[in-house]
Design a protein around this ligand. Structure first.
Ligand code: NAD
Ligand code: 6OD
Length: 484
């Protein structure tokens, strides 16, 4: 049986307690995970603090960037190992981990290694009313020790999306990956060593949230900032824990994202795009569309087409090339998603397709598969239209005017992403600018440029990640004013 240990100050260390790492494809135990107690989290934070004052703290930007490129090389060298580990932890298809999760991990480090070398700051020539002249400029310094807490849906992608800009900015990190997906964060430690990242710069503590490593980290007085991706209610708990020490927080939280499909769209593109937007990664992407609004003229046609896509999805073993729908992450999460499938019917939904659990007649029946599901007929106030489900499911509702579509899309406490499907470019711009979200796609979905701001409004988060926005969060700016 594999063992995933904590990684503190450049050493793999066991925990006093442990927990099982489960393969969602068949429910089997694939590894034992060492849980860090409060003393070990403290050791990790101490190691990270010490490392700030060691070799890492003395490296110039160019050398730091070079080591991050070496780290990307080390990830690419272990490509198959990362893919295998990510697939075993999440049950996602091998092709998805190979095309999305693992390549992005390496790219995350390359992008921020390059960006930190050119990220400039403005300077100002100042003249006061009484004629005194001054030059103002700001210098960028690391924030210090960053606590990184990540979810299970895109484990390596989202962890490196935070660790890369944190390290590029000269910080050190203590990461707490999701208890559901401990593997790739642990393997990343080996790549760090190979890339010459000094000990103490990257530390991993395994465990849960409340009363465990997550909470120990967020409460720790010597952690300078918390960057977190996960559920909105977890974000609220972290904010509370971080409040006494006034830590800055960067939050990427939940969503209940809308898609607006206009009658003038290219229907094939919209159906294909929304099939991804609803079902990719078994609907476990924060950007997934769980509310689809379709102009009445094409409502029935669209439903039939998306139903066809849903029914052609192939749930199966991750390493089967024909598989394009993996399991949900855990038994517990499937119970949650199925409770929404039941609730939808109680709230008066019409089931277009799905609503249950597929049967395979083999070990996959011990895994956590679920049918892709489409509903219609719910009131806009229904809980299934308001609450994030985080599964392969959407509700489709008709609209008659642009104003009505915008109003329904914005009637949510979340505000992460939206997609608009239209061939009318003016409408695309007009509607996009009215969306109360952080990210709007027109005629596409999850098309990423890593320099762009990424994040949400309302319950969907605080702050923006990506490009200079990440570097600004992970830096402390010191403005220097020189009288001339
Ligand atoms: P989660 O909030 O349950 O857990 C995320 C992480 O937080 C885990 O590592 C967990 O152990 C830790 N945690 C839980 N309680 C904690 C506490 N009190 N203190 C400190 N740490 C704690 O989320 P999840 O179920 O792993 O992920 C799914 C959620 O993440 C969905 O809501 C999804 O929308 C959201 N998400 C958002 C984005 C985004 O970019 N906005 C990206 C991915 C996932
Ligand atoms: O692509 C990204 O950078 C990103 N943060 C994606 C988040 C997906 C949420 O599940």
């Amino acid at each position: 049986m594999k063992l995933f240990q904590n990684y503190i100050d450049g050493r793999f260390v066991p925990g006093k307690r442990g927990f099982a790492d489960i393969n969602p494809a068949d429910g089997s135990t694939i590894a034992h995970v060492a849980e860090a107690d409060a003393a070990q989290v403290d050791e990790a934070v101490h190691a990270a603090r010490q490392a700030l004052h060691g070799e890492w703290g003395r490296l110039g930007i160019r050398e730091r960037a070079a080591r991050l490129h070496s780290l990307a090389d080390a990830i690419e060298k272990r490509f198959d190992c990362f893919v295998h580990a990510e697939v075993a932890d999440t049950g996602k298809p091998v092709w998805l981990a190979s095309r999305l999760d693992v390549p992005r991990a390496a790219v995350n480090f390359r992008v921020f290694a390059d960006l930190i070398k050119i990220a400039g700051l403005e300077s100002f020539q100042t003249e006061t009313p009484d004629g005194v002249q001054a030059l103002n400029y700001a210098v960028r310094k690391p924030l210090g020790v960053i606590g990184v807490i990540t979810p299970w849906n895109l484990p390596l992608l989202l962890l490196t999306w935070k660790v890369a800009p944190a390290l590029a900015s000269g910080n050190t990190v203590v990461v707490k990956p999701s208890e559901e997906t401990p593997a790739t964060a642990t393997i990343l430690a080996e790549a760090m060593e190979e890339a010459g990242i000094p000990r103490g710069v990257y530390n991993v503590v395994h465990g849960f949230g409340p009363g465990s490593a997550g909470e120990f980290l967020t409460q720790h007085p010597d952690v300078n900032a918390i960057t977190f991706t996960g559920e909105s209610k977890t974000g609220a708990a972290i904010m509370k824990a971080a409040a006494p020490t006034v830590k800055p927080v960067s939050f990427e939280l939940g969503g209940k994202n809308a898609a607006l499909v206009f009658a003038d769209c290219n229907l094939d593109d919209a159906v294909k795009g929304l099939s991804d937007a609803v079902f990719l990664n078994t609907g476990q992407v924060c950007l997934c569309a769980e509310r689809v609004y379709v102009e009445r003229k094409i409502f029935s046609q669209f439903i039939e087409a998306l139903k066809g896509r849903a029914e052609s999805l192939n749930p199966g073993w991750p390493n089967d090339e024909k598989t394009n729908l993996g399991p949900l992450i855990s038994a517990q999460h499937r119970v949650k998603v199925l409770s929404y499938y039941k609730l939808a019917k109680e709230e008066g939904a019409t089931v277009v397709t799905g609503g249950g659990v597929p049967q395979f007649g083999d070990k996959r029946d011990h895994g956590f598969y679920i049918q892709p599901t489409i509903y219609t007929g719910l009131r806009e106030s229904a809980r299934c239209v308001k609450e994030e489900i985080f599964g392969p499911v959407c509700h489709i509702a008709p609209f008659d005017s642009e104003e009505e579509a915008v109003a329904m899309a914005n009637d949510t406490n979340y505000g992460l992403a939206a997609s608009i499907w239209t061939t009318d470019l003016k409408r695309g711009h007009r509607v996009a600018q009215q969306m109360t979200v952080g990210i709007t796609w027109v005629n596409c979905w999850f098309l990423r440029d890593l320099r762009t701001p990424f994040g949400g409004v309302g319950l969907s988060g605080i702050g923006r990640e990506g490009g200079i926005h990440s570097l600004n969060f992970y830096s402390e700016l010191n403005n220097i004013c020189i009288r001339l």
